[in-house]
Design a protein around this ligand. Sequence first.
Ligand code: G6P
Length: 612
Amino acid sequence: MCGIVGYFGNKNAVPLLLNGLKRLEYRGYDSAGIAIMHEDSFALTKTAGKVKSLESLLKTAPMQGNIGIGHTRWATHGEPSDLNAHPHTDQTGKFVLIHNGIIENYAVLKEWLAQKGVTFQSDTDTEVLVQLISMIYHEEKISFENAVNLALKQVVGTYGILVMCSDEPNQLIAARLGSPLVLGVGEGEYFLASDASPIVEHTRNVIYLEEGECLIIGDDGYEIKHVDHGEKIEKEISRIDFSIEEIEKGNFPHYMLKEIYEQEKTIVDTMRGRLLLDEGSVHLGGIQDYLLRIERARHFYITACGTSWHAGLIGKYILEEFAGIPVHVEYASEFRYRNPVIDSQSVVIAISQSGETADTLAAITKAKEEGALTLGICNVVGSSISRETDCGIYTHAGPEIGVASTKAFTAQVSVLYMLALYLGRKNGYSKADGVKLAHALHDLGGRVKEILNITDEIRKIAEEMVDVENCLYLGRGTNFPVALEGALKLKEISYIHAEGYPAAEMKHGPIALIDEKMPVIFLAPHDKTYEKVLSNIQEVKARKGKIITVTDKNTPELQALSDHVIEISVSHPRTFPILATIPLQLLAYHLAVLRGCDVDMPRNLAKSVTVE
Ligand code: G6P
């Protein structure tokens, strides 16, 4: 949520910052801006709109300098506009700042500053912070660094900031509390960003700033100190674990399509080295030291947001069945403000692609306070959630850039299947059954490939649906969360209103919406609920709804009832939910493209929600 970049070195900062902002645009894209320090003053360009609008402005009025900061915004306080775009400056014109996060006590600070005669240019909480730094600097007559430090001590909320001061033109200060910041350490140059994706093309050497840390870059190098006590902190340099190719679109028109196609590999990567095919079990190194506590847990909570929450819901069905342990699934935003019954016999599983979602992080903090064991299922290595949890299982899906999550979801579900299989084997799931399931999971890459081959068939279905206004997704058991996820994908990127429901619940409300204009997507594998779902299909047919059925076996009755049948080949009935997700992703993708929507940057959304 909001992307921030910085450069300090001897190259022209402008193209580096613009390129960095393009890499971070998935975090927010309603306005963008950069500020460049040149000699002892800075120049600033900012505008409402995407980074390409900023780029056009810079072509007509170029800027140059070796130190600079850039921002792509997802609005919290104040509508997207030129004035509310970052960077923000103070009223003396000496300070310029970009910010990701929310200053919760901004109203109090703003009033205090206004009483002292400060006039504000924007509606943002960020401007309050830069005006506060300036006020402290001028009133206390202290250094730039000390003024930033004192101001940050007065802030309640979250921030990742980069700030420059024209009195100290060779200094760049950054600080983090609740919003991620990464420092790239190059040869005589430094890169700063909200995540490592803008940095990897320049250097693989990075330092992840931790909560409460402040970084000061100057001509003599960099120093990291703690905001609270000012002590210097020595930090190890880490290596970025992905390559530039992984964050490029390649030959695909959109990141989302690339990532849908990557699932053939990412599901396999997530399970690589973990499936014990001969034993019908699983080895999960990241939770090895906590297995006893996990196996003896009184209950599991799964907490997450968005698509990750849907993965968690599938986890509930399979973990309860395999492990025999009750599982509660909660939106992290609810969990953090409730009083859930948790103690040292609880395991709280946090699922997050980014590992930075503010609510999920807060839910972990709460779980730890109550003494629960916390287990993270994250995609981004070294992310806040992966570091805050006691133990974890990474999904090795590689960087996910498309705002609508695809490959991260199937990787999360794959991890939950592995966890369920491991715990199932401790709970009476037979070796023979374990071997069958482990082999089926191992075989998923090939099955995904077969589904990707029917993308043209799915595009034809999308062509018929292009003008629909509503859509219903129905499934039962583990396919109910798949229905929720299918509906979410559709509404996120094509702006068609869509709902997912347990198929049988249809009769308790959604059936009233069904007419000849309403497409209903059924998930109908031949499992124990098949006959029941078939009845639901008949009920929709009787009301003239359009029926699209995703199944593991096309039968004459499905053929007769459905307008379209999407048949997918499944080697084990348990893997149907993972595989059935893919045609739904493709359907949403093709519909969004046909409707002319911006697939990778859907309106109002952001990939990484680092504010509450
Ligand atoms: C945002 C994204 C979703 C994602 C959700 C949770 O809403 O647009 O794609 O599922 O956040 O993100 P996380 O990184 O915690 O999985």
